[in-house]
Design a protein around this ligand. Sequence first.
Ligand code: PLP
Length: 483
Amino acid sequence: MKKSLDLSHQEFKSFLEQVNQLVLGQYAELHQQKGFHDHAPKTVASWFDEPLPEDPMDLQALLTEVQNKVFAPATGNMGPNMYAYVMAGGNQMGTVAEFLAATINQNNTKWHLAPSMTEIEKRVVQWIGKAIGYSDTAAGVMVSGGSGANLTGLNVARNVFLAEQNMAQSGLFGLNPITVYGSTETHNSVEKSLVVLGIGTDNYRKIPTSVDFKIRLDLLEQAIQKDLEAGFSPFCIIGNAGTVNTGAIDDLEALAQLAKKYRMWFHVDGAYGGVAAALESVKPHYNGLEKADSVALDFHKWLYQPYEIGCTLVKDWGQLKRTFFQKADYLDTALQDTSERLEINEHYFQLSRNAKAFKVWMSIKAYGFGAIKAMIQKDIDLTRYLAQQVRLADDYELVATDVLGVACFRYSPQDMDDDKITALNQQLIPALETDGRVFITGTKLHGVFVLRACIINHRKQQSDIDYLLEVIRELGSKMITHG
Ligand SMILES: *Cc1c(COP(=O)(O)O)cnc(C)c1O
């Protein structure tokens, strides 16, 4: 019987060396990583079809299995050929930080369980709050991602808004329905959040956007007034700081003013574009962000962190505590004066949690925030380049782009009618997936199907953008010739 699960010092050392080889091998091939590997679901399932292993496996064989079944077919998030959804490529410091953090296995929940990690999390919240022009005294918690950040922000909003009605004790039962407002371009994690929070999607007003995909302020105010007249309690306005479809940034200043006028909570979904507010070049578009009551951020997007990490910022720690604090005898730290200890478990839903902020802290220190901002700017510049190439080409058509890193376009050879172009672009998506050289997905803008390229990867260069257009053109023209 072994004394523990640990390897001997020598065994662990040699195992780590083999792991290093695997990691370095991955980086050596990154520039040519395919966007997607088109294996049938049954095939992938078959690789893992085995009974629960009772006995140990040879470690070298295990790493070979990891290489063949997990690394080699991995979707190309890290490499330069990924344009689908909003997938950033991670970064080396973040990756190493995950390993280091797991090495000391801190439970980042109560201060005395993870003193340094707690202070690091607080510091990262302050850094980012200040960098994006929100507040350098903001409170915040690291969460799973943008969905978690929206849920957490709306959770605080609901609890603070309904504090006097005893909502935390009696629930929403018997209360006037509270209503939420966001544009039709708002991310669907808001709907998920409203279901979780018991507010319900019937109480969500999706306000149409103008041609530039920003919320129509006149229609928003009309909807609020109509709800007031009908006896609802308008409670929260959601602004987009970068929509997922086109990167549109709502008029946050105007939304803040409306929220103030009607005494509502103002939540900003900055999951995609929030961090870019730190860039001088686009900062003016974010006017009003500083007035938000809560902001959702996603660091596995434009902070290039490995999955997963998001962040909810609010104006003060008291709001988080009022939302999440619950007493438990076994968690009371009666040992010492705890007034200067931040107890994250009292400010968030989770009890046990990993040290999410550590990878952000390490990457910002290692690269410098200036270098990270320069990479975000490069993504934005490459997007302008893509838009320009699409505009100049005879067989492409630019449909929408804004000031951030998304461009929506169609492959539209001349002499083809609109229905055929739509059908062709829809068929291009599965064809590109099968081909796998680049990975791009589509969306609908005001009802029209388009290809959507998201550029959010510090490893991308101009030649990669040219390659994307070449590959689509090659497959598209083939599909035309073959009918
Ligand atoms: C990505 C995104 C989300 C969801 O974030 P996840 O990290 O995928 O949960 C929410 N809102 C916007 C605007 C996003 O771009």
